[in-house]
Structures are given as structure tokens and as C-alpha cells.
Design a protein around this ligand. Structure first.
Ligand SMILES: [Zn+2]
Length: 122
């Protein structure tokens, strides 16, 4: 397995705890420290509230898929908190991209849904 952030081979120490576990690793320990996740939550007040979760507190030039485990955990949290059968969840690279879609998100007001946005960084 290669780290999706630095492309170097990921070495996993085999122990009794993980001997029979088939787990995929997407990021090495060094990159995990280099690009610290700082998940935050805020509500953007345009039109109806837009719930915004961001992964980092600043911009990193890193493949976001390296954090697939963490994003999956965040999605699991969101799915427990919001009913995704009634609400909509979108991914955006950054908050500027989210704001570019403000009109389109506003056009969804007739659906009586809440909008959840996950952005890589604010
Ligand atoms: Zn790495």
C-alpha cells in the first residue's frame, strides 16, 4: 500500500492485534502528523441554514482521499445526526466553491430539506 499523500510505501507493524485484520491504509503516520485534521462545524446562514463541516483549518495540497477513514467516520456521524433521506449532503473542495453554488443551493428551498456541506478547508 502506498500513502495517498506522499506516495511512499506504508509499512504496517504486524502484531497479534492486527494479524488477521484486513485493513486498508491510505495515509502514512508521517503524513497524518504533517496534515493534521481539524474537523469543525458551523452553520452558514444564507437562505436556510447550511450545515458546514470542514476537514482542515487551513489549505493543504494533499489528496483528500488519504483521509478516507476519517471522512467515513464523519459521514457516519452526519448520518446519525441528520436524516439523509430528507436532507442533502454535498462535498466541496473549499468554502469558495460552496459559495459559488449558493444560488443552486437556494433553489432547493422548496424541498424543505436541510443542506449539509463537507468542505476540505474553510
Ligand atoms: Zn505519507
Amino acid at each position: 500500500m502506498k500513502c495517498l499523500a506522499c506516495q511512499k510505501e506504508i509499512r504496517v507493524k504486524v502484531s497479534w492485534q492486527n494479524l488477521f485484520r484486513e485493513k486498508s491504509y491510505f495515509i502514512c503516520d508521517k503524513c497524518y502528523i504533517k496534515y493534521p485534521l481539524d474537523i469543525s462545524y458551523q452553520v452558514f446562514p444564507f437562505f436556510q441554514n447550511v450545515h458546514v463541516f470542514s476537514l482542515f483549518n487551513k489549505k493543504y495540497d494533499v489528496n483528500t482521499y488519504a483521509f478516507l477513514d476519517e471522512i467515513t467516520g464523519l459521514l457516519s456521524f452526519i448520518m446519525n445526526k441528520f436524516d439523509l433521506n430528507k436532507n442533502l449532503c454535498f462535498f466541496f473542495d473549499n468554502v469558495e466553491q460552496l459559495l459559488e453554488y449558493e444560488d443552486k443551493l437556494n433553489s432547493l428551498k422548496d424541498f424543505q430539506c436541510e443542506i449539509i456541506a463537507i468542505v476540505t478547508f474553510l
